[in-house]
Design a protein around this ligand. Structure first.
Ligand code: ASP
Length: 342
């Protein structure tokens, strides 16, 4: 008889794990041990499901590195016992956490699917059931006893995305996420259609290694017309700052005002890595295409290409935490490590 696929659900918090008290209208946390009572459909899935929960489930606005390490450590500890992992997480910072995990879980060979919902699982019109059930099905997909998906992904509203390509784009619609620079990995309609050609191919056979050092001495500086020198200088001169994501306009363009270029140049001479990431949700930085990005290119600003801000900031934390040398930092950042850039 075929062995049942084993899935571990990791509940961290967020709207998905709430139920509505219909008498009072109040949303309250739901006891994950009673998962089957709320979603009896889970019993029909051809896999065995166990769950673990954060002792204190959190709203994902409170997520931090310690929580990422906790999720990663659970996966590390249970890695050999399960065929796939589903992480239930609030949608607000899901793109950040799942991007972080995509870097932290080196040589991943099993699916890790992040999901959540816009409405609580106990709400009549909830999107939680579909998101959860299909995420479990995706994590359980196997071909010749091997997992079909071997990367960290995010499932929401009928689409499976590469996690480090996503951004939360809507606080109201069920379709809350987009992956503008990379196509969906799978789509759920009448059939569950996996787009094999978009999946990350595993290179080598090394065992899972979890990088738990994430360095948060980083900042995001979003440009806007009228930005002033004092603000820019105060960010670049923050104590112990190691790296900055410069959110630029369009294809990586920034003001060419003298004071600005001087501040960037000085920051680089002070050993701070500066990464050029576009403010646009889709498209890519093309350094040197316009005069307004040429100066940045000449100063050796790192090219973020078509990476999302969420992936860029967590990649910085990961590379700084991994102790990558200053000599190779730029070229490693500009290399796609987990399919996060084209
Ligand atoms: N504020 C919630 C959170 O991110 C929203 C959600 O779960 O979708 O935890």
């Amino acid at each position: 008889m075929k062995k049942k696929t084993k899935i571990l659900l990791i509940y961290t918090g967020g709207t998905i794990g709430m139920v509505k008290d219909y008498k009072t209208g109040v949303l309250k946390s739901f006891d994950f041990k009673k998962l089957l009572t709320h979603i009896p459909e889970l019993a029909q899935l051809a896999c065995s499901i166990k769950s673990v929960s954060f002792r204190k489930p959190i709203d994902s606005s409170n997520m931090n590195i310690t929580h990422w390490v906790r999720i990663a450590s659970i996966i590390e500890k249970q890695y050999d016992r399960y065929d796939g992992f589903v992480v239930l997480h609030g949608s607000d910072t899901m793109s950040y956490s799942s991007s972080a995990l995509s870097f932290m879980l080196e040589h991943l060979s099993k699916p890790v699917v992040f999901t959540g919902s816009q409405l609580p699982i106990g709400d009549l019109r909830t999107d939680a059931k579909e998101n959860l059930i299909t995420s479990i099905q995706i994590a359980a997909l196997q071909q010749r006893t091997k997992p079909v998906i071997t990367e960290v992904c995010l499932y929401f509203e009928y689409k499976l995305y590469r996690a480090n390509r996503t951004t939360k784009i809507n606080a109201e619609h069920f379709e809350a996420f987009a992956s503008l620079n990379y196509p969906a990995l799978a789509e759920s309609g009448v059939h569950l259609k996996v787009n094999q050609e978009n999946l990350l191919r595993r290179k080598g056979r090394k065992p899972l290694f979890v990088q738990k050092q994430m360095d948060n001495r980083v900042a995001i500086l979003k440009l806007f017309p009228g930005i002033n020198k004092e603000i820019v200088r105060s960010i670049f001169s923050a104590t112990n700052l190691k790296a900055v994501i410069l959110e630029t306009y369009g294809a990586g363009n920034a003001t060419t005002e003298d004071w600005f270029l001087k501040e960037v140049g000085q920051a680089i001479r002070n050993g701070i890595y500066i990464v050029n990431v576009t403010q646009c949700s889709g498209g890519s930085v093309i350094m040197g295409q316009y005069e307004t990005s040429e100066a940045l290119q000449k100063m050796q600003v790192i090219n973020g290409k078509d990476i999302t801000t969420e992936a860029a900031i967590t990649k910085l934390m990961y590379l700084l935490g991994s102790g990558v040398s200053s000599k190779s930092f730029k070229s490693i950042f500009e290399t796609s490590l987990r399919g996060e850039m084209t």
